[in-house]
Design a protein around this ligand. Structure first.
Ligand SMILES: [Zn+2]
Length: 309
């Protein structure tokens, strides 16, 4: 017994010495504030936050709220945060190419890496052969699949919270199944076009349900100035629709939507592609499902029963 106590005492002294050596060098790695699961984008963060609700597991989003996903550049602190996490979740598309080198350097015996694009069927980009469209989360069906893949990874890492995480998963899975069914019903009972005066990162969404659409620009093209032909095609599409609605995506300057509104008297509505969310929505705790419900309502208002036309 004495020996055990003495050994324990020596071990504590050894740990104290280690702390004295390392703490001043890494003043930020205080384990109390350190996130456990780090996600590069809002969608990964939202999934983790929902799955770890009512546990001690801390989630963090790397991309600052309101920042443009496609031009985001990481800070040195971001890289430290990734390397110190238990689980790191990224999407894995073109706009996250900068992450691949960092991922290669991660000690995978410490940090489990999840690449969401590995989990779903990918669509090739229209304009670039061999490049895949990265906006997989715009399909609720894909998000449901990603939840089912991420859940066991988190459970394995934190078995003490397994029951709670599993219950959280069931709740999210049910809500997503309902959302998916509602979009399916909408697509089968109503007709019309989703007309977007903006970039169009929504191919996974429209192709999942078979919604008809017309957009100013494909994917997340750099281009944001519409030429005369695009403007006139948008105007024609709105004029041909019994419900005159023009959509923009989130964090947009809405300049093309306003042009179309001026020409047609159309109502402007938002389709939130959940690339990233504004600081105020972030502070209000809005979720992927909140945004997709808002999209459902706006689309329901825009499409029409064939006999109504
Ligand atoms: Zn995009």
């Amino acid at each position: 017994m004495k020996k055990i106590i003495r050994n324990t005492y020596l071990a504590i002294i050894a740990i104290d010495i280690l702390l004295l050596i390392f703490v001043p060098i890494h003043p930020q790695s205080n384990s109390k504030d350190k996130p456990n699961i780090v996600s590069s984008l809002f969608i990964g963060y939202d999934i983790v936050r929902n799955l770890t609700k009512d546990t001690a597991i801390k989630a963090k989003m790397l991309l600052p709220a309101g920042a443009e996903l496609h031009s985001y550049e990481p800070s040195p602190q971001d890289i430290i945060t990734i390397k110190e996490s238990d689980i790191f979740i990224y999407n894995g598309g073109e706009s996250e190419e900068w992450l691949e080198d960092i991922v290669d350097e991660i000690d995978q015996t410490k940090t489990t890496i999840i690449r969401m694009m590995d989990y779903v069927e990918l669509l090739e980009e229209d304009d670039e052969a061999g490049e895949y469209d990265e906006h997989i989360w715009t399909s609720p069906k894909n998000v449901q699949i990603i939840y089912s893949k991420i859940t066991p990874v988190i459970v394995q890492k934190y078995p003490e919270f397994a029951n709670r995480i599993q219950a959280n998963f069931e709740a999210q899975n049910n809500a997503l199944a309902k959302l998916d069914q509602d979009f399916r019903t909408l697509a089968s009972t109503k007709t019309g076009k989703l007309i977007v005066a903006d970039r169009f990162p929504l191919r996974y969404f429209v192709e999942e349900y078979g919604f008809d659409y017309y957009a100013a620009f494909p994917g997340c093209a750099e281009q944001t100035e519409a030429n005369a032909k695009t403007i006139s095609e948008l105007i024609n599409a709105v004029n041909e629709s019994p419900k005159k609605v023009i959509f923009h995506i989130e964090l947009s300057n809405q300049s093309i939507a306003n042009t179309i509104k001026d020409a047609t008297g159309a109502k402007i509505l938002e389709f939130h592609s959940v690339h990233n969310i504004s600081q105020s929505d972030f502070d209000a705790g809005k979720t992927y499902i909140d945004f997709m419900r808002q999209n459902y309502n706006n689309l329901n208002e825009t499409l029409y029963v064939p006999s109504e036309s």
